[in-house]
Structure formats: C-alpha cells, structure tokens
Design a protein around this ligand. Structure first.
Ligand code: PMT
Length: 432
C-alpha cells in the first residue's frame, strides 16, 4: 500500500516514528509530510531515514522524489508536491492530528502541506487525534470531529491514560502505532479493488492415504489456515475455489468447495482448476508418501505386521503446478518446518519449486500451526523475509493477501534478507 502519513505538532509525534517503522517493515511504501510545528518535536531526518524517502515540510519545497513512493518510478516532470503525493496514496493518515489541525480540516483551511494534501485527498483519510483531554473534550473540538465524521473522514478514537502534562490523565493519547497501522490496513482493504474478479485457488486440510478401507496415513491439519485465506480472499471480492481435504469447518461464504480425500484426488482437482487461476495458495498438508498397495479389505491385525506396509512417494502438487505456470499467476506455498533453520528451508522451497511466496510456520510449536487457532509465520519472497508475529489465522491470512497484492504490483517488501543459501534437500523438513 502507498501510505501517506501527515505529522502535525504534538508530543505524540515521536510515536509516528514507530508507526512509520512498522508500516515500512510490513512492506508498505511510506511517504511522510510534516507541518512546520511538528518539526519542533521530531525532525524530518528521522522519518527520512526510516522510510528511505524524502520528507517534505513545506508546500513550496520541491520533492526530490517527484511524487514517487519508495520502489516507484519518479515522474519525469516536477509535480506539485502535495498533489502528487496524495494523488498516488492509497490511504492518507494524519497522526498525530492536533486540535488545531482538526479545526482547520473541519472548515477546509489549507495553509500547510498536511492540510493542503487533506483537502486534495481522494483516498481514504484517517485522522488520529492526540492532545490534552480538556482540549479533546472541548465542545469546539468535539464539533469539529463530528463535522469531519459526517463528511466521511475516519476520525479514530484517542486512547485514555496518562497524558504528556505532568499528573494529568484522561482521553487524548495517540493510539498505539500497531493499532494505527491496523486501522490503515483495514481502510485500505475496504477500498482495495485489486481482488475483484481475481480467481484464487486455495488448498486446505490434510490428505488421508488409505492403508485399507478403514485406516489411513494422515496428519493434524484442521483446514483453519486455508479456510481463513479463502474467506479473506472472498471478502476482498475474489472468486475462490477451495480444495478441501478432510475438513469439517463451515464453508466460507461464496467460495466454491471441491472436496478431496487423498493427495492423488487433490492433484486431479488442482490440475483442472489451476490453469484458470490467477493466484494459488497451497496451505494443505499433502502427504509425501502413501501406501503403495492399499488393501481392498480391512487388514487383520493378526495377519499383517506393520512393517509390511510399503510406501511410495506422492506427486508434489505444488511443484507440478509451478512447472505448468503461465505469466500472470502468483504461486504461494506453505512450509511446515521444525525449529531452527525453518526460514532457510522455506527459502530453499521458494527457489526449488519456483514460487513467488513461501509462508513458513514452525510446526514444532504446539501453540501455532497444525490444528490451532493462531499462527506465526515468516513470509519469504525473492527480495527478503518478514516475520509476522503470532496472531489469529484470519489476521495472518490478511497479511498473506497484502503480500500477494504487493507481489502482483511488483512492490513486494525489500525486507532485510535472512535467508541462507545452500540448504541441502532432505533437511529436517524433508524435501516437499
Ligand atoms: O490446517 P491447519 O490446522 O490450520 O494447519 C495449518 C498448516 C500447519 C497445515 C499450514 O500452516 C501449513 O504449514 N501447510 C503446509 C503443510 C505442508 O505440507 O508443508 P510441507 O512443507 O510438507 O509442504 C510444502 C508445500 O508443498 C506446501 O504448500 C504443501 O501444500 C505442498 N505440497 C506438499 C507435498 C505434496 N505432495 N504436494 C504439495 O503440493
């Protein structure tokens, strides 16, 4: 997402630094503009260092990046800074928004870069007020907030607690940077039309490979991760086909579900749907081996020692589909790895299977991954790796979809790489 952040004068301006750091780390392209008063609290150099882009504090200043966001090509002319920056933004957030700025915005005053950009904004505009509680609760400020909300501006509720002035407490604190980022991402999703009409194929659950008619080799996948991805993609407007292996969860509204049992059945269904898909997300735990000769009748425990069940490899569905990919398709694989080295093994899968994104989860932990409500993942792309801390599978799914959007736009995060080359096949996670 191209995120424009306006910083106005207030002690909470220092928290905007953390917000910018989080947004940049999450892969968003961030530009910052400041009011002259805000520079008394935090200088432009700090924001510029974090965003890797120039920070403007005057509408008369030429933008050295010519309206470009990090990773964008700059215009080949000199645009009017505040207009170019806000025109390209997906979301404009003013944080902190002082009482003075709220008042100006309520009556349409445009006397600095931050307020001028707000007046020119076509994208969602979010304001995060931060000020003393008496200032916030003053009828004038409350009337300004009401006016702005009535006009469709999203004015976030300040938090309560200790305030900057010694001994004072009450409403008026800037919400925590992570909450601000979540609000911005939600606003962006609500207006993001990039999923409209996109065909998304998601696999979920765990395959079961028969030993005989009543026994199988299976795994603990509940299907929650895949169902969360499918539901999130549907919410964003995509056409979703869900290959569901032995999952008992309710079907995500609007998704087409194809139920399969074994790896072989999943392969057949996947090869049928994949050619028309724009995005593939393989969350399913597909068996790597299956009994070579499943018995036609239930085996008697007296007659067959377990050592006689011979196994044969299944087809690697993801690798097979990757070998058939056409331009415009985005391929996402998961990697269920154990403990140390998980990220390096995931990076190996990215390269070996020819994927755009690998989502690594450490399945040695019982609180995430298989059959749990939450997950913690590392997202690996060709440009780097980013860890998403423990969160609900629904939240993880949203982050995966945000990364897919960035990949399809060619703006995937250039996070610091933590990948190590030369991982041998057959490491702790196997070669799947
Ligand atoms: O379903 P949940 O309870 O919510 O649990 C989620 C999960 C732990 C199953 C999920 O987060 C996860 O890690 N899924 C991948 C499990 C897995 O099989 O990982 P793998 O490292 O063995 O396989 C790597 C990739 O190859 C996966 O995308 C897998 O779908 C794919 N694969 C594997 C084997 C095979 N024969 N064909 C494949 O396509």
């Amino acid at each position: 997402m191209r995120l424009l952040i306006g910083v106005t004068g207030g002690i909470a301006a220092y928290k905007a630094l953390e917000l910018v750091r989080l947004a940049t780390r999450a892969g968003h392209q961030v530009r910052v503009i400041q009011t002259p008063t805000s520079e008394r609290f935090v200088g432009t150099a700090a924001f510029a260092a974090i965003t890797g882009a120039p920070v403007l504090a005057s509408e008369f200043e030429a933008d050295p990046a010519r309206g470009g966001y990090p990773g964008d090509a700059a215009a080949d002319w000199v645009p009017i800074s505040h207009l170019a920056l806000v025109e390209r933004a997906d979301v404009y957030l003013i944080a902190p928004a002082s009482a003075n700025t709220l008042a100006k915005l309520a009556v349409g005053i445009a006397d600095n870069l931050v307020t001028t950009a707000a007046l020119a904004a076509d994208c969602p505009l979010l304001l995060a007020p931060a000020m003393n509680n008496r200032m916030f609760l003053h009828p004038a400020t409350q009337a300004n907030v009401a006016t702005l909300r009535a006009r469709g501006v999203c004015v976030l509720e300040p938090a309560s607690g200790a305030l900057a002035s010694r001994g004072e407490a009450g409403i008026g604190r800037l919400p925590e940077p992570a909450e601000l980022l979540a609000a911005v991402e939600t606003a962006h999703r609500e207006t993001d039309s990039s999923w409209e009409g996109l065909r998304v194929l998601v696999s979920a659950g765990g395959t079961r490979e028969p030993i005989d008619p009543v026994r199988y080799i299976g795994n603990h996948s509940s299907g929650r991760m895949g169902y969360a991805v499918a539901a999130a993609a549907r919410r964003r407007g995509a056409q979703v086909t869900l290959l569901s292996a032995n999952v008992t969860l309710p079907t995500p509204a609007g998704a087409e579900v194809i139920r399969v049992g074994t790896a072989a059945e999943m392969l057949v269904a996947a090869e049928r749907v994949f050619p028309a898909a724009d995005v593939l997300v393989m969350t399913a735990a597909v068996a790597d081996f299956r009994p070579a000769r499943p018995a036609a009748h239930k085996l008697k425990k007296t007659t067959v020692p377990l050592t006689e069940i011979a196994l044969e490899p299944t087809t690697d569905i993801l690798a097979r589909l990757a070998s058939q990919r056409r331009p415009g398709q985005t391929l996402v694989g998961f990697a269920a790895e154990h403990g140390a080295g998980a990220v390096a093994y995931g990076a190996d899968k990215l390269e070996r299977k020819g994927l755009d994104l690998v989502v690594v989860n450490d399945v040695s932990r019982s609180d995430i991954g298989f059959d749990s409500a939450e997950n913690e993942v590392t997202l690996i792309t060709a440009t780097g790796a980013e860890t998403v801390t423990k969160a609900s599978k629904a939240a993880i799914a949203e982050t995966i979809l945000d990364t897919i959007v960035a990949l399809r736009r060619g703006t995937a995060p250039a996070a610091p790489a933590v990948l190590s080359a030369g991982v041998a096949d057959g490491g702790p996670g196997g070669v799947a």
